[in-house]
Ligand binder design. Structure first.
Ligand code: SF4
Length: 352
């Protein structure tokens, strides 16, 4: 297991407990207390109190939710992936200061595992078959239809909890026209034995280590993520990197130059030959800023920069902020220029 998790209580929908995957997960944690719930989406005590960070980190570590995913759809995306696959989990045991997920699902946002994995993999197989062969290369992949399998969770951590991620990797191994893809901030070496045969892309998220120490709470240190890349390539994964989120501050470009140097020193020719990257500039949110001020004001000195950012009304009525138009394009050009100079083998799939 991992020090991230010490599951003491499982909130379980009866329908999930009846499924083979549900039974397996319950058997993995035989000492955990079971609490029956009507719906995995309505468990008020898990929402967490925005002012009590110790309590929500404890919920992350100790609580697990076991549910059934009701609606199965693969959403078109077109940026990082062609489609966002139906989730087999949501929530996260880590606690990155900029994470947008807690805004939607409560401050604690522990892991929810969906037990109807057979329905999900069956749906994906049919969806992939319906696409046929990919005729037009695009920024997601030149040949394969790419499915993001970890939009709402971190698959490397989910794999400590259930076999869902392994089932997905096994499913895509046999789908020559498609590829699974997920971003991660956690190194789980259990995945090295899964034989994905190039049909799963892992995107290790990277940022300068000094920023990660402040912002990427409970994640695997950056040096360890870089050190894992060769091993994952060797094990049959396609390994890309997500340079994200890119936080602009005094000295940010030299810090990114140092990170690119660490990456260059830390990976071998096989990894370099297949490497590509996404670059994602940081966006933030007023509500999250308020919450973070209560528990991690130092992070906000980096994340909340009204002098550099402009607000934009979000779909749900809140205020998001992002780097100012014009300046943002300049930052992206500076960073992609630096990548071209320091890691010229690393193709940038997209940057925004
Ligand atoms: S690892 Fe991803 S999902 Fe988890 S807290 Fe960090 S940003 Fe959010």
């Amino acid at each position: 297991m991992t020090e991230l998790l010490d599951i003491r209580r499982i909130y379980v929908e009866p329908a999930a407990a009846d499924l083979p995957r549900g039974k397996e997960v319950l058997a993995r944690f035989p000492d955990a207390e079971r609490v029956e719930v009507d719906s995995h989406q309505r468990i008020p005590e898990l929402f967490g109190d925005e002012t009590n960070v110790r309590r929500w980190v404890r919920i992350k570590r100790e609580a697990l939710v076991l549910g059934v995913k009701k609606s199965l759809t693969a959403r078109p995306n077109g940026r990082s992936a062609d489609f966002i696959a139906p989730s087999t989990a949501n929530g996260c045991a880590m606690a990155c200061a900029y994470c947008y997920v807690p805004r939607h699902k409560g401050y604690s946002n522990p892991i929810t595992v969906f037990a109807n994995i057979d329905k999900i993999t069956g749906y994906l197989r049919r969806h992939v078959a319906r696409q046929g062969v990919k005729l037009q290369p695009n920024q997601c992949d030149p040949q394969a239809w790419v499915y993001d399998i970890g939009e709402n969770s971190d698959c490397s951590v989910d794999a400590h909890v259930s076999a869902n991620v392994r089932d997905l990797v096994d499913t895509f191994r046999d789908l020559p026209t498609a590829k699974a893809s997920f971003a991660t901030k956690h190194v789980n070496r259990d995945l090295l034995g899964w034989d994905p045969r190039g049909r799963t892309r892992i995107r290790f998220s990277l940022m300068p280590a000094e920023d990660a120490k402040l912002l990427d709470i409970r994640t695997t240190p950056i040096a360890e993520r870089i050190a894992a890349i060769d091993d994952f390539v060797e094990a049959g994964y396609e390994v890309h990197v997500n340079f994200s989120p890119v936080v602009v501050r005094d000295g940010w470009l030299p810090a990114w130059a140092e990170l690119l140097e660490q990456l260059d020193d830390g990976i071998g020719p096989a990894a370099k030959a297949q490497l590509a990257a996404e670059v994602i500039m940081m966006t933030h949110n007023r509500e999250l800023h308020q919450v973070n001020l209560g528990w991690h004001p130092k992070a906000e000195e980096l994340l909340w920069r009204p002098d550099l950012q402009q607000p934009k009304r979000s779909q749900n009525g809140g205020w998001n902020v992002r780097y100012r138009t014009g300046d943002k394009g300049r930052y992206v050009a500076q960073l992609t220029g630096l990548i071209a100079e320091r890691a010229p083998y690393c193709r940038v799939r997209y940057a925004f």
